[in-house]
Design a protein. Structure first.
Length: 297
């Protein structure tokens, strides 16, 4: 474990991809059968997601702490937050995403309070695990490699967002979405990734993007709480026209994210050498003190 930090900082991109390759399968472990005998499949599915995604979030947070990257990963106090208001486009999109509830097309069944609580916790855990993994850890590590220039910052944001999008192919592999629906999700996840990354860097905190991610996903699944709804994890297929409309509606988030990035400043020094530079400075001080002692003698 003592070699983990030097390895992660010398090979940040490889390390981030390895951690992603471990974290994503952890969230897909089928635990529903442990709870489905005494609970409905919907509640069992929610509990499974909460435990797996919440547990993985905790492990990622511990890893970030172990690496000494809490501040870089955005775990900062409110007093350090900047430009939190930049998240407002996502709030507008969340209202659009939940418009069926606002118009009365969907009516939530409030009679089952435990289901509603599990629903809230599920999407909160989604926001935590995805933002901690892709913005808190992956983007922060990539910025260690490339964050000294504006072009490098853009490369880190785009690459981490591409990975964030591509990882949604797991929905196709698990049979939850068809090819067109998955492809559409991959593309708009890229749009979201760039927007989230820009807000993360401008606000200097991961908390606003966790909230925004939670809110958007929450508003998009209100039908799961409606009376008479039959819950399934398989998403309905969409037409090509619907896919293009969805991408057209969400494309502005991508453009807004790029606009926000204009004011993100490059890092002033190469943080990848922090450990080595501290050691070198200590050795230099020791050498100077030794030389002074020799001269005095």
């Amino acid at each position: 474990m003592k070699n983990l930090k030097p390895f992660a900082f010398r090979h940040p991109i490889f390390f981030a991809l390895v951690i992603m390759g471990i974290a994503v399968p952890l969230t897909e472990i089928p635990l529903e059968s442990l709870f489905s005998q005494s609970l409905s499949f919907q509640k069992a599915s929610y509990i499974s997601g909460i435990l797996l995604q919440g547990g993985t979030s905790l492990l990622l947070a511990l890893l970030i702490t172990r690496l000494g990257m809490r501040e870089e990963a955005g775990f900062t106090p409110i007093s350090r937050w900047k430009s939190v208001w930049l998240i407002w486009p996502l709030i507008a999109y969340s209202l659009l995403n939940g418009s069926d509830l606002l118009t009365g097309a969907i009516r939530i069944d409030w009679s089952d309070g435990s289901l509603i609580i599990l629903y809230l916790l599920l999407y909160l855990s989604v926001g935590f695990v995805e933002e901690i993994l892709f913005r808190g850890l992956m983007l922060s590590l990539m910025l260690r490699a490339w964050g000294k220039t504006r072009r490098g910052i853009l490369a880190a944001v785009v690459l981490s967002s591409v990975v964030f999008g591509v990882v949604h192919v797991v929905n196709l592999l698990m049979g939850r979405r068809d090819l067109l629906t998955t492809g559409t999700q991959i593309l708009y996840a890229l749009f979201f990734g760039v927007f989230f990354a820009a807000c993360f860097l401008r606000s200097r905190s991961i908390w606003p993007v966790i909230f925004g991610h939670f809110l958007f996903d929450l508003c998009g699944s209100f039908q799961d709480l409606s009376a008479g709804h039959v819950f399934t994890r398989v998403q309905p297929a969409i037409s090509l026209d619907a896919a293009l409309v969805t991408l057209g509606i969400l494309l502005p988030l991508f453009l807004i994210g790029l606009f926000y990035l204009r004011k993100v400043e490059p890092v002033e020094k190469d943080r990848t050498d922090n450990v080595e530079s501290l050691t070198t400075r200590w050795q230099c001080r020791q050498g100077i003190q030794s030389e002074k002692g020799t001269l005095l003698r």
